[in-house]
Design a protein around this ligand. Structure first.
Ligand SMILES: Cc1cc2nc3c(=O)[nH]c(=O)nc-3n(C[C@H](O)[C@H](O)[C@H](O)COP(=O)(O)O)c2cc1C
Length: 215
């Protein structure tokens, strides 16, 4: 059983990566072989609308662009489960994660009511989001609706409803004194990091266990 996690943060050891690593630990505890892919190590673009993946008699399920994402899209075809992770940038997932999803989802769908997806497997998947905003702010802005919509689109390809995890009020810098951040209380951020982030880490671990169990 191979489970991959995809880090949509440019930072390899911060909030998103930490939670993804915990989720993979959970998956490994159920016997999974795991791999973490850092998207920002790779050079690639989003979908260029060439429609090669939709050509009649063409190679459906394959993105024609050749770049660093090509082997990742191939891995996504053979993985037994996938866990996506992204920080929230301007109330959205990052550009790197958006570009990956454009290529992954579009190449695995054709405009046919009879064949909703050409993705070869049905796999469990999860999405981990990290953000500076508090839970109250996120609910107030109503961003979860659009995230759920995207998860449903992913599920149309992967075949199962996604598990999701929101990690709020993240600690953003190694040293708040070094950055203009007067709108935040470092003390309150540090307290949240000490009290709540470990809870999120446990939830991420549990997500990995659950996803591995559902393979
Ligand atoms: C360009 C940029 C835009 C951001 N926009 C938001 C935002 O709209 N809402 C939010 O809650 N946090 C925002 N953040 C904060 C990050 O989402 C948050 O610090 C996240 O946990 C970072 O993930 P990382 O530690 O894995 O890199 C932004 C950060 C950056 C760098």
């Amino acid at each position: 059983m191979k489970i991959i996690a995809i880090n949509g943060s440019p930072r390899k050891n911060w909030n998103t990566a930490t939670l993804l690593k915990k989720s993979l630990k959970g998956a490994a505890s159920k016997g999974a072989e795991t791999e973490l892919i850092n998207l920002y190590d790779l050079k690639y673009n989003g979908c260029i609308s060439c429609f090669a993946c939709k050509r009649k008699n063409g190679e459906h399920g394959k993105c024609a662009i050749k770049d660093d994402l090509t082997p990742i899209l191939e891995k996504l075809k053979t993985a037994d489960a996938v866990i996506f992770g992204s920080p929230i940038y301007y109330m959205n997932i990052t550009a790197g994660m958006t570009a990956l999803l454009e290529r992954f989802l579009f190449s695995n769908s054709i405009y046919s009511d009879e064949i909703p997806t050409v993705y070869p497997k049905t796999i469990p998947a999860g999405f981990i989001y990290t953000m500076n905003a508090t839970e109250e702010q996120i609910n107030q802005f109503g961003v979860k609706q659009s995230f759920t919509l995207r998860e449903n689109m992913i599920a149309r390809t992967t075949g199962k409803p996604l598990e999701s995890l929101y990690s709020y009020n993240t600690y953003q810098f190694s040293d708040y004194d070094k950055y203009e951040s007067s709108k935040f209380s470092e003390e309150e951020k540090a307290k949240h990091k000490a009290d709540e982030f470990p809870v999120d880490c446990q939830k991420a671990f549990d997500m990995g266990v659950s996803i591995a169990t559902n393979v």
